[in-house]
Design a protein around this ligand. Structure first.
Ligand SMILES: NC(=O)c1ccc[n+]([C@@H]2O[C@H](COP(=O)([O-])OP(=O)(O)OC[C@H]3O[C@@H](n4cnc5c(N)ncnc54)[C@H](OP(=O)(O)O)[C@@H]3O)[C@@H](O)[C@H]2O)c1
Length: 301
């Protein structure tokens, strides 16, 4: 039995589907959301739990052979800080795995994570990685750049801005580089790693086959959506002020100061190790996105 935490989210959905395609028995840790499509599946078993409440994890781990830990947040809320969800949450599930005698553990981190990183998102993901590495579990860690797919937040949000706004705001010079990776490629890494013992004790950076500057990515989306828009570069100090105000007054701010820090940095990597060890063929963004762009456009109507 494979336990997937965070399996009801964007990336989790693809990983669960791939696990089921391989015939695996899957247990989902259900926090708030449910995925109706998995509720009736004979190979899916659902247990309600919260990564911040260790007592709920004991039941979730009964009969489990391996864990894929995906839980993460991109915006902090009152009851859920990055420190709690990323770092303490990982401590809780790792401790529960140790108590239950479960060895195999595959962790979702993020490219750029390190305890010394600039953003608290990356710092807390980095602390979680360090805790796992010292745990004695048979771990594998994946560290993706931005992930894209029909349900992603970032590219879909950019497409919406392009669709509706005559002006496209670009934060700062827009020269920082990203390496978007397709959600199905990320899912393939997690599922393949389950049976590849040579990935134990390894951490893999994940990125797609192309690197884009933020402005280059916007230009590609403009081309794919067949739109002409005025691009305006917004100074970082102004955006910092805006992000601070949005965090203070909006329940779901579209931009936070922590995200602003991440958006100013390059987020690129060498994909050779994961291609070699997992045997992955990375999908290119413009080819994949063109396939589901029609649906995105249709959903705006
Ligand atoms: N998307 C990207 O571009 C990207 C890039 C790099 C790394 N990552 C990492 O990939 C992971 C998944 O990201 P995603 O985009 O799929 O996010 P997502 O759609 O927001 O999914 C997050 C998942 O975590 C669950 N969760 C949140 N708080 C929880 C708690 N206290 N206890 C148990 N479960 C909890 C959510 O369940 P509820 O909705 O029910 O709360 C959901 O299933 C995260 O760790 C993220 O940091 C994502």
């Amino acid at each position: 039995m494979l336990l997937i935490t965070g399996g009801t989210g964007f990336v989790g959905n693809s990983i669960v589907k791939k696990a089921l395609d391989k015939g695996l028995d899957v247990r989902l840790l259900i926090h708030r959301r449910k995925r109706p499509e998995f509720s009736q599946h004979p190979k899916v078993n659902q247990v309600v739990g919260d990564i911040l409440q260790p007592e709920t994890l004991t039941k979730a781990l009964e009969g489990v052979d391996a864990i894929i830990h995906l839980v993460g947040i991109i915006v902090e809320t009152k009851g859920a800080s990055f420190e709690a969800i990323h770092h303490q949450g990982t401590i809780n599930i790792v401790t529960a795995a140790q108590k239950a005698g479960i060895k195999r553990f595959i962790q979702m981190s993020a490219l750029g994570s390190s305890p010394a990183a600039a953003s608290r998102y990356h710092q807390t993901k980095g602390k979680a990685e360090e805790y796992l590495r010292a745990s004695g579990l048979d771990y594998t860690i994946f560290r993706p750049s931005i992930i894209f797919g029909p349900e992603d937040q970032f590219i879909n949000w950019l497409c919406q801005v392009i669709r509706y706004s005559p002006i496209i705001p670009i934060i700062g010079p827009g020269t920082n580089k990203l390496q978007p990776i397709y959600v199905e490629d990320v899912a393939e890494c997690f599922i393949q790693a389950l049976n590849k013992t040579d990935t134990i004790g390894r951490s893999y950076d994940l990125g797609g086959p192309e690197q884009f500057t933020t402005e280059g990515l916007i230009d590609l989306l403009l081309k794919l959506l067949n739109k002409n828009r005025l691009k305006i570069h917004l100074p970082i100090p102004l955006m910092k002020l805006n992000a601070g105000l949005m965090e203070r007054f909006l329940p779901n701010p579209p931009l936070t100061q922590d995200q602003l820090l991440m958006l100013q940095q390059d987020n690129i990597c060498d994909t050779e190790p994961v291609i070699k060890d997992i045997g992955l063929q990375l999908m290119s963004l413009d080819k994949v996105i063109s396939q589901y762009l029609i649906d995105i456009l249709y959903s705006f109507c």
